[in-house]
Every structure is written in structure tokens, then in C-alpha cells.
Design a protein around this ligand. Sequence first.
Ligand code: GDP
Length: 357
Amino acid sequence: MSKVALITHITGQDGSYLAELLLKKGYTVHGIGGNVVPLNTGNAGSNFHDKSSDLHIYTHADISTGTARDLLAIIRPDEVYNLGGAGQLSENSDSADDLFSTGEFSALKVLEAIRILGLETKTRYYHASPSALCGLVNGIAINEMVSLNIYPSWYATGISDFWTIVNYRETFGLYACSGILFNHESPRRSENFVTRKITRSLANITQGLEKCLHLGNLNALRDWGHARDYVKMQWLMLQQDNPEDFVVATGVQYTVRQFVTFAALELGIKLRFTGKGVEEKGIITAIISPVAAALKVGDVIVAVDPRYIRPAEACKVNANPTKARRKLGWAPETSLQDMVIEMVQADLACAKKAARL
Ligand code: GDP
């Protein structure tokens, strides 16, 4: 008998990679999502819409009159991956749709449904907790011990979900855990996030579709991994003897400026940054590939726009993923450079297509 999984927000970046992973492992996958098409454009769409008979997707309209409990009663999943719970989202979330914002799939509702339906020993629960739970933390190594204790966060729902999960685990013995995932990107990432904004915009610039990439804080440091690697960790967390929370990250940080530099190089553009603060600009110093032949040395293709500078945020996130490595043997497989190449090439293909139209 194949295992049965339920994934909320299956049409998002993580949901689509996770669905692919589970289908490959022989799971029957049920997913919620669909009203909200991810903001990804062109190439970035998920490719699991292959009419697999092991995949069942419910749009929010399909289940708008039902509850999490109704759905769990029908599906009786072995594993629930709650990727779309209110409060697990980033500052620039693109998925605050009705079902989740009303809390129908909050950790509390889903865990209580598991308990009431008598699925405690059958159903394992994974919850995507935002690294933003850690609040405005600058420069402190965040592991599972300190993640929630160091700063009162504005992410009240996320915090409440996190402690609800601890409570159901300790009080009712449910197999429930939180993954505290730091930034994870891919060609399926929404353009609201800086990595995809960069790869898409630079690809567009080489094809004459845009003139300049406007960004906020170029000095911000982030720990960026590949979403495909991170969903493996989500699965692994539900395969252990005992449920535990894990920080998932690479442990290495880069600045936004470095990400821009790597992405530009992949497009055959060497950049020099001059000026400070809002005056900073990225200027082309060499064209080293025909891809960027339409551009010329001296062109300004990166500029700072104060509109994108956030008034308050963690500009340095120092995540410590040691526990994931030590206990689950997990390590990210994709380097930042390889991820940049994948994202840039996907966006370049899309830009070339758009330029031909
Ligand atoms: P977050 O870590 O979940 O907020 O992911 P983002 O990709 O949105 O932001 C990562 C970092 O990039 C943050 O420190 C932002 O301030 C910084 N950043 C700089 N310019 C931009 C921009 O134009 N858009 C976004 N989204 N972030 C930017």
C-alpha cells in the first residue's frame, strides 16, 4: 500500500517540489492549492501537472465550504505537510489566500482534526515555520534552541503555530514537528523575492526587455539554499523515530550584491559597483558572452531604489543547520553558484521567448 500525503499550498514553490519528490517515492499525493497560481511566470511553473493518477489537487473553491477536518476524514493521510499555514509566510508573501488567512489550516485546526479523528498514531504532521520567527535577529547563530527565545517577533501566528505543535507533541504524543527553513529559492520562486527578481530582470535586460534592475539593500546578507534540497529535509523530518524541530539552511551567507554579481556573470556580464547607499550603481565593465551582446561597457544596469529598502529587518541571518546534518545526515546538494545558473538559464529562456514575440 502506498503512503498517502496531504500537502497544503501544493502549487507553491515548495509544494510542487515536494509533490514531485513524494510521487517519485510512490506516494499518493493530495494537495490543496490552485486558486492562487504562483506569481511565477513563464518557465517557472511546476511540472507535476502530468496527470499522474497518484496526484489529486483540490482548488480552494473545491473545498471552500469544508474544513480541514472534513478533508482529513476523507483522505486519512499518513503524512501532512502544512506549507501554507497562516503565519508561515515571508514579509512579501504571495499566498495569503482566504483558506489560510482564515486559519482553517492553522496548526491548531489540523492537529486537532488529527486528534479528533483518531489519527494520532497514523498521521504525522510537518509544519513550515518561517525563519522570520526569529525576528529581527542580527548576527546570532540560530539553531533549534535559540530560534524562538531571542526576540519577540511580529510573526504572532507563526509563533503560536510553533508552540501549538510543541504542545500537541508533548501533551498528546502526536508526531508533529516544525521545519525552520531559511531562504530557499529556485526558478519557481516568486518574483516578489529578491533572487528571482534579480535573475529575471537581468535576463530581461540582456534581451532588451528592461533597462535597469532596481533593488533595495544590496548589503543584506541571506543564507540561500535550493528549494529542491529543502523539501527532502521536510520529508526526512517525518521519517524519524521521534518528532523534532529542525533548522534548515546552508550555513553560508551571501550579500544581495554578490547574488547580482553571480547572476550577471552567468549572463556574460562583468559588473563594478560604485557609490554608496541609495547612490550605488552596478556598471558593466566587460561583456564576456554573446548573450549580452546588445549591452555595452559603461551601461548602468543596477541601481538602488529607496522604495525597496525595508525600514526594519534582519540584514544578517546566521543560521546553524548542524543538527540536520548530524541527526538526519542532511546537507544541501546544490551550491549557490549552481542554483544561480539554473535560475538564470530558466529566466533567459523565458526572456528570449518574450523578446521574439
Ligand atoms: P526574505 O528574507 O524572506 O525577506 O526574502 P527576500 O528575497 O524578499 O529578501 C531578501 C533580502 O533582500 C532582504 O534583506 C531584502 O531587504 C533584500 N532586498 C534588497 N532589494 C530587494 C528587492 O528589491 N526586493 C526584495 N524582495 N528584497 C530585496
